[in-house]
Design a protein around this ligand. Structure first.
Ligand code: SAH
Length: 244
């Protein structure tokens, strides 16, 4: 096994044997000013498509730099075709949900506005950057796309055959067999978690009327939205995802 470099960077360029990778101003600042790396230093590079590569720094400037791909250290490995739909909550808790979704493995993250959503807008660019950072830190070679906030009704209007796991706090109870239910939601699938205020009766009725919807209970207690997101992602991965 080749030694893995400590610093992992997501880059938006092709990676392959001998491929030269231009390092952005931000990356150059981080690598050469903050971390004090020099020519010859090793990096781990990934772009979400070509696996992970060991790269060698060949130019280390103050505002730019360059690395060369030396050797592939892991194949591209995409998470199962799972989306996470969630209603944004407070900033730090929203960041937490995005970070954990990347670690647990999703393809796409869709913030949705529900009737009781507190947030009117999100900083999509900031959340996307947060997803990149989470992937850099957890060793994932895939970065899910974080899309702009949209009304849940609009997302449901355009829903196709994808299974939609609906974490319904109205079902909270001791006899809920979540794992067995989740096994039915094979990929392509999505998970929907509501805001602190929960779902409205109108939303619940609409969701329950959709044949793609798989309602699920997460035990006898009401969880906070961020805990619910982590729990249902974990259960799904174990029942229908790539933890099996
Ligand atoms: N204020 C609401 C709770 C919202 S919890 C109430 O008191 O009923 C936030 C979200 O987490 C919910 O919309 C749901 O998607 C999920 N959730 C929390 N606990 C759950 C449980 N026991 N079963 C299923 N979903 C749950």
């Amino acid at each position: 096994m080749p030694v893995r470099p400590k610093i992992r960077l997501f880059v938006d360029q092709p990676l392959g044997e001998g491929e030269r990778v231009a390092l952005s101003r931000d990356h150059a600042n981080y690598l050469f000013n903050v971390m004090r790396l020099r020519e010859g230093a090793m990096l781990a590079l990934f772009n979400g498509r070509d696996g992970e590569w060991r790269g060698e720094v060949v130019a280390a400037g103050k505002r730019a730099g360059e690395a060369v791909c030396v050797e592939r250290v892991s194949e591209q490995n995409d998470p199962p075709d799972l989306w996470l739909l969630f209603a944004p909550i407070k900033k730090t808790r929203t960041d937490f949900i995005v970070e954990k979704a990347v670690e647990l493995g999703v393809r796409r993250i869709l913030p949705v506005q529900t009737e009781f959503t507190n947030a009117e807008r999100i900083r999509q660019d900031r959340l996307q950057a947060h997803a990149v950072e989470a992937a850099e830190q957890c060793g994932a070679v895939f970065v899910p796309e974080v899309v702009e906030l949209q009304p849940l009704t609009k997302v449901l209007d355009a829903w196709d055959a994808r299974a939609l796991v609906f974490a319904d706090e109205g079902l909270a109870g001791p006899s809920s067999a979540s794992a067995a239910v989740l096994a039915e939601a094979a990929p392509p699938a999505a998970i929907l978690v509501g805001p602190e205020g929960g779902f409205s009766e109108t939303e619940r009725a609409r969701l329950r009327g959709m044949e793609q919807v798989v309602p699920v209970a997460l035990g006898p207690r009401i969880l906070r939205a961020d805990t619910a997101a982590v729990s249902v992602l974990t259960l799904w991965q174990a029942a229908a995802g790539d933890w099996r």
